[in-house]
Design a protein around this ligand. Sequence first.
Ligand SMILES: Nc1ncnc2c1ncn2[C@@H]1O[C@H](COP(=O)(O)OP(=O)(O)OP(=O)(O)O)[C@@H](O)[C@H]1O
Length: 226
Amino acid sequence: MTAAPLLRFEGETLSWDGAAVLEGLNLSLARGERLVLLGRSGSGKSTLLNAIRLKLEAARPAPRLALVPQDPGLVPQLSVFHNVWMGGLDDHSAAYGLRVLLHPPARERARVAPFVERVGLAGLERRRVAALSGGQRQRTALARALMRGGDALIADEPVSAVDPRQSGDLLDALAQRFPTMVLALHDPERALAIGTRIIGIRGGHVTLDRPTRDLTPSELHALYAA
Ligand SMILES: Nc1ncnc2c1ncn2[C@@H]1O[C@H](COP(=O)(O)OP(=O)(O)OP(=O)(O)O)[C@@H](O)[C@H]1O
């Protein structure tokens, strides 16, 4: 018997303000899949990620989710340590959160350290996010997701601001931490390396839904053809 999917869309239309972005959507997600969404800018990847997040949040029991939105929503006035620690904020009382904000105990610094190190930001824990480069900010958001952990990760272009050498390593770190992932990416080669299945979006429809093992880069590049 195969396990029930984590979510399923059956002939649904996703819209903003009454305007359809994706029509006739049929899609399911199983535990253990690494789904990568590909498509041109504006094709609807973020819209689909958002709909997937809403379905997972509505599931009972709801899986524990970690999110890396396109705009990562870091707190610029706070340190890398604090932003990463906040990945687990809802595991603690508000009083404890306030204590960590004011005087981080050594044990909390020690909990955060491996994740900061994994994304290559060791030594920058005390720096304010406002004083980081774009790529360093993105890596802070990834460390926050790694700190949170959970059943599934939803990430919107999570490595768009880091160099190609780092991006493969960071995606590997995410894959090691999260059993199930849904990622929007811009790079077909990266998608083939990290995904178990590719969803291609074009012209308001899912035009490709296949396991990565029988896909070639040129089939994926066709999603971007004018
Ligand atoms: N909050 C919103 N309100 C209204 N329309 C939206 C909103 N977000 C996205 N859209 C529209 O939905 C369509 C798909 O946008 P979406 O952000 O999902 O694309 P995308 O594939 O993620 O693009 P990109 O690669 O540039 O991030 C676009 O036409 C966009 O203008």
